[in-house]
Design a protein around this ligand. Sequence first.
Ligand SMILES: C[S@@+](CC[C@H](N)C(=O)[O-])C[C@H]1O[C@@H](n2cnc3c(N)ncnc32)[C@H](O)[C@@H]1O
Length: 279
Amino acid sequence: MSASEIGTLFNSTRASFARITPIVWGPAGQALAFQLQLRPGEFVLDVCSGTGASAIPAAMGVGPTGRVHAIDLADDLLEEGRLVATDRALQNIDFVAADATTWEPPSSVPAAGYDVVSSAFGVFFLPDMDSAVRGLIRMLRPGGRIGVTAWRRGAFESLSTAFFDAVGVYRDNGGPGQRTPVGAVARQQAERLETPKQLADWLTGLGGHDVVVQELSNLAPATDEFCWEIVLGSGLRGPLAEFDPDTIAAIRAEFLGLLTERGVHTVNLGTLVGSATMY
Ligand SMILES: C[S@@+](CC[C@H](N)C(=O)[O-])C[C@H]1O[C@@H](n2cnc3c(N)ncnc32)[C@H](O)[C@@H]1O
């Protein structure tokens, strides 16, 4: 899946993405910004920033003398972030449509590099996660910090299994529904970061010191509206692109029926927040 197809997929999540932000994206983004111990005047690169769940709290952390570059492939999500930033009168954040794997820091960034690189639920979407993140780390000044959030093992599991089972019922050839290619790669890479030890080892392997990994428990009541909104407001919605509106309505009904049948009352949004200093 090309960068432009990823952008198109996430652009299509915009309305639902924004609606689930207070429950799904917001808490983790805020936690990431706090864990990075931002200081006034710092320069932050936030990649895969979506509507700014971590970038906006970062802009508040570094204040008017600092700056945040928030980059993403999905301009519609960035536009949502611009609206929030304008609403809060934040003038120290730039939402830029760009690919994290080819980003070149503009000349306004200090020659030594960014103070911080952050990404909430983003690094596992990068085609070759480790080499892409090494590239981002090279944009940090010596002693700069990196921070990421990732899904804790088991997060979303009952929900996504029911969703793919429901999609499978409506596929021509039957069988379980399949993730889109980007979804499959993201899933494989996310599985390498889903325990505190895995995430800590990964950050250490990238050359990180003073590694900290915190576990955030986030258990949301599984109402029908919320469960469907998560599908529409995340990368999960990818497989729906091949169906017409009537079939999507049928998939929704099947999905919600499966959740009821399986006794899913809670959506596990467990998150890991990892950070490290790079010397
Ligand atoms: C799950 S969303 C997370 C957004 C945001 N960080 C948050 O926590 O709300 C993942 C984001 O990564 C973006 N993305 C995926 N690949 C990217 C790339 N190569 N460069 C920039 N953004 C990318 C997608 O467009 C999407 O907005």
